[in-house]
Design a binder for this molecule. Structure first.
Ligand code: PHE
Length: 413
């Protein structure tokens, strides 16, 4: 029998934990390099568009499932499926989220190098307590970096690069990259938000809390872009270095900045580490919650199993960077790329679609204005309509086109 989650006793705990989860490598490493790879402006504008039209509604759906189901991703969905007389097979959406989170943990840890600490932190610190000092530090650091970039780099080229519309870059690949990045960055589709939703105090409103977290996450991504591009462009570096932008290009940028660079450079990587760490502690939450609540394990034992499993997975992803770097899997270059692709591009959008359909079609009667904090009928109708029709149709079209392009090199536009 699945036990219920315990609850956080104040409203800031959810905001801190969910923002700490959302703001991560995805914002400071992923967003700028993907923007650079996809030509800048168009990608950024599509990203913001999808955050508002699809990201926020699906984010709210995921938090809602957790808050209403009051348990780990699998049990929450089972409880709600029962309540709405739906098949218990919907729990596959929860399992899909857990699988995605484990695979992501396996490769994220390699970029972050922090996974081992998780067991200790989760055992005795508490996620919201750790966030209380990590998050403010992160915001201060990123704003300081933007200020520095504005002085030492070329701020107007950076702005122009990030926000100008470039119609020639429009393709299914750019759209998929923007949506995939938006979902990943907001931590949607991995069960984390369901797990955190289940710890939400009962008087906290899903819509308002979600909007705060989504805004903070998007803000940090844009700020990271504003910190990186003025410096890179100002010093004559190419913005489309791919996933080495933050590692190779930026180290060269800092090297050129002389003694100031020697101070700002380490600060920048420290910022990345803080962001990675705060996300890492949340990635494992869905599986730990699943094992403790559904299989009655102690938290320490569950954390140990999950960390051990992710450690093994991370060995595969490390090998993708060295001994297996030439071991291609289908169209994907190496095991690291394959894990990243399978979790970020393949699973996330599937789980996102599953949650949309489940909440939109099966839970329509379970949704209540009070839990959501939406008392305007038209707004509520819009949210449900997006979940029922817009998001599943759009996500599946893009998922199909994007996968055809990446796996089989078949392009339609
Ligand atoms: N949102 C995080 C990032 O932007 C990644 C993440 C995904 C963290 C899922 C936790 C859960 O880097």
């Amino acid at each position: 029998m699945a036990s219920q989650s315990s609850q956080w006793n104040n409203n800031t705990a959810f905001l801190l934990a969910a923002t700490g989860s959302a703001v991560g490598l995805g914002n400071i490493w992923g967003f700028p390099y993907k923007a650079g790879e996809n030509g800048g402006g168009l990608f950024v504008l599509l990203y913001i568009f999808f955050v508002i039209t699809l990201g926020l509604p699906v984010f709210m759906a995921e938090v809602f499932i957790g808050k209403k189901g009051k348990s780990n991703p699998v049990s929450s969905i089972e409880t709600l499926a029962k309540k709405s007389k739906s098949s218990s097979k919907w729990s596959i959406v929860g399992y899909g989220g857990i699988l995605a989170s484990l695979i992501i943990a396996g490769y994220y840890a390699v970029i972050a190098g922090f996974v081992i600490n998780y067991g200790f932190i989760s055992a005795d610190k508490g996620i919201d307590k750790a966030m209380r000092f990590l998050l403010p530090m992160l915001f201060v650091l990123v704003i300081a970096m933007v200020g520095y970039g504005a002085v030492a780099g070329d701020f107007s080229s950076g702005l122009n690069y990030l926000f100008s519309w470039k119609a020639e870059d429009f393709s299914a690949g750019t759209i998929q990259a923007a949506i995939g990045q938006a979902f990943f960055s907001m931590s949607i589709g991995m069960g984390t938000l369901m797990a955190f939703g289940s710890y939400m105090p009962s008087d906290q409103k899903v819509s308002k809390a979600s909007a705060v977290v989504v805004t903070a996450d998007t803000g940090v991504a844009l700020l990271a872009g504003l910190a990186i591009f003025p410096l890179a462009l100002g010093l004559g570096f190419s913005p489309n270095a791919g996933d080495t932008l933050v590692f190779v290009t930026m180290t060269e940028v800092f090297a050129q900045l002389g003694s100031v660079g020697q101070f700002v450079g380490p600060l920048f990587y420290f910022l990345l580490a803080v962001a990675a760490f705060s996300s890492m502690i949340s990635i494992l939450e869905p599986s730990v919650a699943y094992l403790t609540q559904k299989h009655s394990m102690t938290r320490a034992k569950a954390s140990t199993y999950v960390v051990a499993f992710c450690f093994l997975l991370s060995l595969i992803s490390v090998a993708g960077h060295n001994v297996w770097s030439n071991l291609s899997i289908g169209a994907l270059d190496n095991p690291f790329e394959a894990m990243k692709y399978f979790a970020d591009d393949f699973l996330l959008l599937l789980v996102g679609t599953g949650m949309s359909i489940f909440v939109g079609w099966r839970l329509e009667k379970v949704i209540d204005a009070d839990t959501m904090g939406i008392h305007n009928k038209a707004l509520m109708g819009l949210w449900v309509f997006i979940l029922k029709v817009i998001s599943p149709v759009f996500l599946m079209v893009i998922w199909t086109l994007g996968n055809l392009q990446i796996l089989f090199d078949i392009r339609f536009f």
